[in-house]
Design a protein. Structure first.
Length: 236
């Protein structure tokens, strides 16, 4: 089975979002693209991505993200916590990503990469907290230039996405037919359904399997996902 994070709360009342809003300062990104789409903004706790068409990912799907600028590279875990349609005719979508399990030092470095395009050298860095930026907004180190809504073009941070292979979850090749995926889902669902599987994580695995199946059984969403998976492999 695919790598999993700890269980997350599920969206309620049809709202495609979980968790809460980002509490860390957000920094606009200029011309930052990843295999998901355009990175609109980045913060120490997450990011917002805009992509064409329907979302090729689902709420709670685990990803690895690579955030880089210059010679600095950070690899962090993340997951979509909300997805919404956007655009004049709803022909695009935005994805809110929350970083998972990131320590205060890494949070501070992500904020610096987003804000300045590099990690400044600080002899006495201020401590980071769980819900705030590591450094005060006005405490710009010597030689560093603020990257914000009025200076986003100076932002050099880039984002890469490592897309998990959902076909591995179904023990199938990427060339599998729709019938193959349906048969594999039914077989695995019988094994993982909480009513017949007493293991503690059966419900979580069953829910993850079902979300992946809902994506792959839709021809349009599957095509978008396959394109995303291929782009991720080429970028690796």
């Amino acid at each position: 089975m695919a790598r999993r994070f700890n269980p997350r709360s599920e969206p309620r009342n049809g709202d495609d979002r979980i968790g809460s809003r980002r509490r860390a300062d957000r920094y606009p990104m200029c011309a930052a693209m990843c295999s998901l789409g355009q990175v609109v903004d980045l913060s120490a706790s997450g990011m917002r991505v805009r992509c064409p068409g329907q979302s090729p990912v689902y709420i709670g799907q685990p990803f690895w993200f690579g955030i880089s600028a210059g010679d600095k590279y950070l690899r962090v875990q993340g997951e979509p916590i909300w997805i919404r349609r956007t655009g004049l005719f709803g022909n695009a979508c935005e994805i809110g990503v929350r970083f998972v399990g990131v320590d205060s030092k890494t949070r501070a470095m992500i904020a610096d990469l987003a804000r300045y395009g590099f990690v400044p050298d600080r002899s006495e860095p201020a401590p980071a907290t769980a819900h705030t930026e590591a450094f005060e907004p006005d405490a710009i180190p010597e030689g560093a230039e603020r990257v914000g809504s009025d200076n986003a073009a100076n932002n050099a941070a880039q984002v890469e996405v490592e897309v998990p292979d959902l076909y591995e979850m179904f023990e199938l090749p990427r060339s599998a037919t729709g019938d193959d995926i349906r048969a594999a889902y039914r077989r695995l669902a019988r094994d993982l359904h909480p009513d017949s599987n007493p293991s503690a994580d059966a419900a979580e695995q069953f829910a993850e399997l079902t979300k992946a199946y809902q994506l792959l059984k839709d021809p349009g969403l599957r095509r978008r996902y396959d394109e995303l998976l291929l782009a991720s492999r080429h970028a690796a």
